[in-house]
Design a protein around this ligand. Structure first.
Ligand SMILES: [Zn+2]
Ligand SMILES: [Zn+2]
Length: 304
């Protein structure tokens, strides 16, 4: 499915956050965007599969790319991570956590090792490993690792966007194996697509099935909308894994970017968390959008 960095940028810099008190996070994403616009070159030249090989891989359940093929050179990684940290620092005034982790993450070898773990084994394994470094704030370290390679993932998605992925029926991205950040309904009859939080590839998925656990028992799946919210957005939830995914109906607006709208609609995440559900995957900047409910409860009261 076609996507363009220019379109993403335009979507990101228009509109506003749907909750005033979450405005800061949208500002952070806007400042981060330029860092992801051009990804780091993989150390070994990327060799996208040819048409036949691609078709075979997808049929057999293999992603088109192995994420570890995106591993950049150590120096380039070090520079990019430094830029991500600088943006983060600007948005976290007075918080010591950035400074402490920042020194540790400036160790080139360690940083490269963390990135390699993320690419080879994913976020969960990286989370475990980070736990063994007392000087690292886990959320912050994950954020830096993710955003240092975010552009490389998006570039890979763009390189492979013309490959037909119709044969793929899984809940993870056919290009890189990333989990879907959001879903959308588009085309005739509203076919359902998922959007990868890493490379932003869109792929077709069953209409009534949880992408995170594969549950397709419709008694255990549902959706809700938010009063006073957007009429083209709903939250699809699964009572089997307690995951949720925001779904945009973009039949009337085929060129929209639900993965970017995701960043501006924190109210829906808050509502879903309030109902006891959790996002099944981070947003396109690698953030899980965890809310401090106590902080926000007061505001909610005031809104009523
Ligand atoms: Zn992907
Ligand atoms: Zn589920």
């Amino acid at each position: 499915m076609a996507k363009s960095a220019a379109g993403i940028k335009e979507a990101l810099f228009s509109g506003s956050m749907d909750m005033e008190e979450m405005k800061e996070s949208l500002d952070l994403y806007r400042d981060l965007f330029p860092l992801s616009e051009r990804g780091l070159k993989p150390k070994n030249k990327l060799r996208p599969p040819g048409k036949e090989e691609a078709a075979m891989r997808l049929r057999e359940g293999f992603t088109l790319l192995e994420p570890e093929d995106l591993m950049p050179a150590e120096n380039a990684l070090h520079k990019k991570a430094g830029e991500v940290l600088a943006v983060l620092q600007q948005h976290s005034e007075g918080k010591g956590a950035v400074a402490g982790s920042s020194d540790t993450l400036k160790d080139k070898k360690l940083l490269a090792q963390l990135v390699r773990i993320y690419l080879e084994d994913g976020e969960e394994k990286l989370r475990e490993d980070i736990g063994t470094y007392p000087s690292l704030n886990p959320e912050l370290a994950l954020f830096v690792v993710f955003n240092a390679v975010k552009g490389s993932f998006r570039d890979a998605g763009t390189i492979l966007e013309d490959i037909d992925t119709q044969a793929w029926e899984h809940g993870l991205c056919p290009v890189c194996g990333g989990a879907p950040a959001v879903a959308c309904l588009e085309g005739e009859g509203g076919k359902r697509y998922l959007v990868c939080h890493r490379c932003e590839t869109r792929w077709r998925y069953a209409r009534v099935m949880c992408p995170y656990c594969g549950n397709n028992d419709h008694d255990n799946l549902g959706f809700f909308t938010v009063e006073g919210g957007q009429d083209t957005l709903r939250v699809d939830f699964c009572n089997s894994c307690k995951g949720y995914i925001k779904t945009w109906d973009i039949r009337e607006r085929e060129n929209s970017h639900p993965e970017v709208e995701d960043l501006k609609t924190a109210r829906y995440d808050l509502a879903a968390e309030g109902e006891g559900y959790r996002r099944g995957a981070p947003n396109i900047f690698g953030v899980w959008v965890g809310f401090d409910l106590e902080d926000l409860e007061e505001q909610e009261e005031g809104d009523r």
